[in-house]
Design a protein around this ligand. Structure first.
Ligand code: SF4
Ligand code: SF4
Length: 365
C-alpha cells in the first residue's frame, strides 16, 4: 500500500472530537489524548457516542434553547420542525373551589373564568432527513446547537501535543490516539507517531484492533503501547452488543503478540453484558496468558453513565439509559480473578503506573 508522507498529509483534515490534556487514564504518566471520529463497532454502552460516526454531527442542548425558530428557518431540507405555539385554557375549578363558590354564584361563565396558557414547543430535528449542511448551527445565536468535532490537520494536532511536552518528561507520559477507532486513519497514526518518537515522546494507540491485519502491521512499529479493548470473549454476545464478531480482533491480537507488540488489555464491565460474570475475567486472563509477555497489564473499567446526556443531545437512542454507575468495589471480584490467574499489573478505574516495556515475545501460534 502507498505510504503517504507526513508532508502530503499536512493539508488533510481529520475530525477530532476532543483533545484531552493531562489525561491519566489513557496510558502511562500524564498524556495528551486525541479522540478521532469513526468506529467500525457500535458498542451499546459507548461512552463517546459522538465518536461513532465518521462524519460531522451536531449536538442540540435543550437547556440553552430559547425556541426562537431560527434553526428551522435556516434548514434547507425542512429537517427541523419549528417551535410551535400551543394555547390552552386552564381549568377554572380549583381556584373557585378554594373560594367555595360555583361559577354561577360568582356570576361568570366557565369560559370567562378560564385562564389562557401559552406554551412553545422545542424544535425537533429529523436526523434522517438532515444533510449535514450545519446552517442551523450557524443560525443559532444561543449556543444550543454546536458541532461535535473540529476538523484539524496533522500539524495542528501535533502542536497541541508538543505544548504539553514538559509534563511527559516528568511523568513518563506522551501522546495517545483514541476514538472510536484511530486505525481508520493509519497514515495519520504513522505520521503523528513518527514525529512524536523523533521528539522522544511515548506513543499509545487505544484500539479495538478491528482492522485489516495489513493496516495493523504497518502501524505497529510506531506504537510503544497498545491499549486493546476486549469487550467480551463470547462471540455471540460480542455480535449482539457491538454489531460485529470478535474473531478478527482476537486473531489480530495474537498476530500482534507474535510481532512483539506491547499491549495492555482493557475490559469494560457493563450491566447485562459482562457484569456478574466472573467467567468473563477468567476468559480474559486465559487470553492474556495466550498472548504471553506481550501483555504488560490488564485494565478493568467499570461502566459509567456520564454519556447519557450526549446521546440525548445527538438524538441517539441509549440502551443503558437510567442504568447506575458501577464503582471500583463492584468489579473487585474481577481484579482478584485476574490476579489469581497471572502476574499482570492490573488497574481498576484506569490509573496506571509509569511505562513498562516488555521484551520481544515468542510467537504463540
Ligand atoms: S436551537 Fe437555537 S436557533 Fe433553534 S430554536 Fe433553539 S435557540 Fe433558536
Ligand atoms: S444540518 Fe441538517 S438540520 Fe441543520 S440545517 Fe442542515 S440539513 Fe437542516
Amino acid at each position: 500500500m502507498l505510504d503517504i508522507s507526513s508532508e502530503s498529509l499536512s493539508e488533510e483534515k481529520y475530525l477530532v472530537t476532543n483533545i484531552q490534556r493531562y489525561s491519566i487514564n489513557d496510558g502511562p504518566g500524564i498524556r495528551t489524548t486525541i479522540f478521532l471520529k469513526g468506529c467500525p463497532l457500535h458498542c451499546a454502552w459507548c461512552h463517546n457516542p459522538e465518536n461513532i460516526h465518521p462524519y460531522q454531527e451536531f449536538f442540540y442542548n435543550k437547556d440553552k434553547c430559547v425556541r426562537c425558530g431560527r434553526c428551522a428557518e435556516a434548514c434547507p431540507q425542512k429537517a427541523v420542525t419549528p417551535p410551535r405555539e400551543r394555547r390552552f385554557k386552564t381549568n377554572p375549578d380549583p381556584p373557585l373551589r378554594s373560594l367555595n363558590v360555583s361559577p354561577s354564584e360568582a356570576g361568570l361563565t366557565v369560559a370567562e373564568l378560564a385562564e389562557e396558557t401559552v406554551e412553545i414547543d422545542f424544535p425537533k430535528f429529523d436526523r434522517e432527513k438532515c444533510q449535514r449542511c450545519f446552517q442551523c448551527v450557524d443560525a443559532c445565536e444561543y449556543g444550543a446547537l454546536y458541532l461535535a468535532s473540529k476538523p484539524m490537520t496533522l500539524d495542528e494536532m501535533y502542536r497541541e501535543v508538543k505544548s504539553d511536552e514538559l509534563f511527559y518528561e516528568s511523568s513518563g507520559g506522551g501522546i495517545t490516539l483514541s476514538g472510536s477507532e484511530p486505525l481508520l486513519h493509519p497514515e495519520l497514526v504513522i505520521s503523528l507517531f513518527k514525529r512524536a518518537r523523533q521528539d522522544g515522546i511515548h506513543t499509545v494507540l487505544d484500539t479495538t484492533a478491528y482492522a485489516k491485519w495489513e493496516t495493523i502491521a504497518r502501524v505497529l512499529p510506531h506504537v510503544d503501547l497498545f491499549l486493546l479493548d476486549i469487550k467480551v470473549m463470547d462471540d455471540r454476545k460480542h455480535k449482539k452488543w457491538t454489531g460485529v464478531s470478535n474473531q478478527l480482533i482476537l486473531e489480530n491480537a495474537r498476530k500482534m503478540a507474535c510481532m512483539g507488540a506491547n499491549m495492555r488489555l482493557r475490559m469494560v464491565i457493563v450491566h447485562n453484558v459482562n457484569y456478574w460474570e466472573p467467567d468473563h475475567a477468567r476468559q480474559i486472563a486465559e487470553f492474556a496468558g495466550e498472548l504471553g509477555e506481550s501483555v504488560s497489564g490488564i485494565d478493568i473499567i467499570p461502566y459509567h453513565n456520564f454519556a447519557e446526556v450526549k446521546y440525548e443531545r445527538l438524538g441517539l437512542n441509549y440502551v443503558f439509559k437510567g442504568f447506575p454507575n458501577l464503582f471500583n468495589e463492584d468489579v473487585e471480584a474481577y481484579r482478584k480473578i485476574i490476579a489469581e490467574n497471572g502476574q499482570w499489573e492490573t488497574t481498576v478505574g484506569g490509573l496506571m503506573g509509569v511505562r513498562k516495556k516488555s521484551g520481544l515475545t515468542p510467537c504463540v501460534r
